[in-house]
Design a protein around this ligand. Structure first.
Ligand code: NAD
Ligand code: MG
Length: 401
C-alpha cells in the first residue's frame, strides 16, 4: 500500500501534536513530508527525529540555524520563510496538508495547498474568515478537497448529505433538504459567571477552558465566544449557508459537536468525546475511518446533555461576528485581524477583558467599508485593522501597566 504523504503546518501546536499522535498510531499508512513551526524549535527537532520528514520549516533564519544544528546527521532539510511554507504545501509528492497554523499567518500556505489541488485538512479557520471567497474559489478551480478539522464543522460535514460536497455541485442547502446548521458551543469558562465580575477576568482564567486543551489564542476566543463567531463565518463559506441559516446553541458538555436540521424535521448530529483526534482521524484518510486513540463515548456515564441560547450581553463578540458577516466584504478580515491584536494585548496584560469586545466594536465602526475585490485588498484591510486596534488600545488603555 502506498503511504499517504502529509505536510503538517503548525506541527508544534495543539492540532499539530494531535495530528502526529494519530499518525504515530498508523506507521504503515503515513509518510511525513514536512513539519513546520515558529518558536518551539526544540520540540520541532524532536518531532523531526521521530517522524523523519524530508523538510522542516521555520520562519526566521536564526531559528533555522539552530534547528539545522539540532538535526545534524538526519535527512531533514531545514527551510525558512513564508515561501518555504507555500513550497511544502504544494509539493507534487504531498497528498494532504494539515493547515494548523494559528491566525491570519496560516492563510497563504493554506491557499497554496488549495491551488496545488491538495487535500486540505483545514484547522486554520482564520483563512476562511479572512478570505473565504478566494479560498473557496481556489478549492473549486484547482479541484482540491477541503476537509474541515474544526470539530463543529467536521460534525456538520459528517451530518450533511455526501452529495452536497460533490465537486462541481451547486452546494445549495435548500436543494439538499437542509433547513439550518446548528453550531454547538461550550460557552467557555465564563458561561455562568456573574456579569458584573467579567471586568476582573485575568488571562489565566480565560485560557483555562473547561473541556478542551487548545492554544492560547483560541482559548481566549472560546472564553469571549469570538471563536464561535469566527466559526459562524467559517460555516458560511464551507457550507454556503446564509447567516440566518446558521444558529449557535450552547451545549456545555461538548459532546454533540454540531447538527444539521432537515426540512422533514430530522436533526442529524455527530457526537464524541471532546478530543480533536476524532475530527483529525476522520479527515486524515477520509472516507476511510481509522482509530484515533480516543476514549469511547460513555453516554450513560455523562448522563445529561443540556442546551441553551447564548446571551449576547455576556458574549458581545458573537454578535460582532454576525455583524461583520452581514456587512460582508472586508469586515470579517478586519474583525479577525483586530481580534488577533486585542487578544495578544489581553494575554500580555495590556488591556482588560472587557476591552476585547469594546475595541473590536470600535474598529468595525471606524473602518467600515474597505474594498475586498482581491486578496491584496483583504491583506490591506487586515493591516489597517491591526493598526487601528493598536491605536485604540493605546488611546484607551495606555497607562495600564
Ligand atoms: P497553537 O497556538 O497551539 O499552535 C499554533 C501553531 O502555529 C504552532 O505550531 C506555531 O508554531 C505555529 N505558528 C504560530 N504563529 C505562526 C506564524 N506567524 N507563522 C507560522 N507558524 C506559526 O494553536 P492550535 O490550538 O493548534 O490552533 C491552530 C489552528 O487550529 C487555529 O487556527 C485554531 O483556531 C484551529 N483550531 C484549533 C483547535 C484546538 O483544539 N486547538 C480546534 C479547532 C480549530
Ligand atoms: Mg471549534
Amino acid at each position: 500500500m502506498t503511504l499517504h504523504a502529509l505536510t503538517i503546518l503548525g506541527a508544534t501546536g495543539t492540532i499539530g501534536v494531535n495530528t502526529l499522535d494519530v499518525v504515530a498510531r498508523h506507521p504503515d499508512r503515513f509518510r511525513i513530508v514536512a513539519l513546520t513551526g515558529q518558536n518551539q524549535i526544540e520540540k520541532l527537532a524532536q518531532q523531526c527525529r521521530q517522524f523523519n520528514p524530508r523538510y522542516a520549516v521555520v520562519l526566521e533564519s536564526d531559528k533555522a540555524l539552530a534547528l539545522q544544528a539540532m538535526l545534524a546527521g538526519t535527512q531533514t532539510e531545514v527551510l525558512v520563510g513564508m515561501e518555504a511554507l507555500e513550497f511544502v504545501s504544494s509539493l507534487p509528492e504531498v497528498d494532504s496538508v494539515m493547515a494548523a497554523i494559528v491566525g491570519a499567518a496560516g492563510m497563504r500556505p493554506a491557499l497554496a495547498a488549495a491551488r496545488a489541488g491538495k487535500r486540505v485538512l483545514l484547522a486554520n479557520k482564520e483563512t476562511l474568515v479572512m478570505a473565504g471567497r478566494f479560498f473557496m474559489q481556489a478549492v473549486h478551480d484547482h479541484n482540491a478537497t477541503l476537509l474541515p478539522i474544526d470539530s463543529e464543522h467536521n460534525a456538520v460535514f459528517q451530518s450533511m448529505p455526501a452529495s452536497f460536497f460533490r465537486h462541481g455541485g451547486d452546494r445549495d442547502l435548500t436543494a439538499h433538504g437542509v433547513r439550518r446548521v446548528l453550531l454547538t458551543a461550550s460557552g467557555g469558562p465564563f458561561r455562568t459567571r456573574e456579569l458584573d465580575t467579567l471586568k476582573d477576568i485575568t488571562p489565566e482564567q480565560a485560557i483555562a477552558h473547561p473541556n478542551w486543551v487548545m492554544g492560547k489564542k483560541i482559548s481566549v476566543d472560546s472564553a469571549t465566544m469570538m471563536n464561535k463567531g469566527l466559526e459562524v463565518i467559517e460555516a458560511h463559506w464551507l457550507f454556503n449557508a446564509p447567516p440566518a441559516q446558521i444558529e449557535v446553541v450552547i451545549h456545555p458538555q461538548s459532546i454533540v459537536h454540531s447538527m444539521v436540521e432537515y426540512f422533514d424535521g430530522s436533526v442529524l448530529a455527530q457526537l464524541s468525546n471532546p478530543d480533536m483526534r476524532t475530527p483529525i482521524a476522520h479527515s486524515l484518510l477520509y472516507p476511510e475511518r481509522i482509530e484515533a486513540g480516543v476514549n469511547w463515548l460513555d453516554l450513560a456515564k455523562i448522563g445529561t446533555l443540556t442546551f441553551e441560547t447564548p446571551d449576547l450581553r455576556r458574549f458581545p463578540c458573537l454578535g460582532l461576528a454576525y455583524q461583520a458577516l452581514a456587512a460582508g466584504g472586508a469586515a470579517p478580515a478586519m474583525l479577525n485581524a483586530a481580534n488577533e491584536e486585542v487578544v495578544a494585548a489581553f494575554l500580555d496584560k495590556q488591556i482588560p477583558y472587557l476591552a476585547i469586545a469594546a475595541t473590536l466594536d470600535a474598529v468595525l465602526q471606524r473602518l467600515a467599508e474597505q474594498p475586498a475585490e482581491s486578496l491584496a485588498d483583504l491583506l490591506a484591510a487586515d493591516a489597517a485593522a491591526r493598526i487601528t486596534a493598536r491605536e485604540l488600545m493605546a488611546e484607551n488603555y495606555a497607562n495600564r501597566v
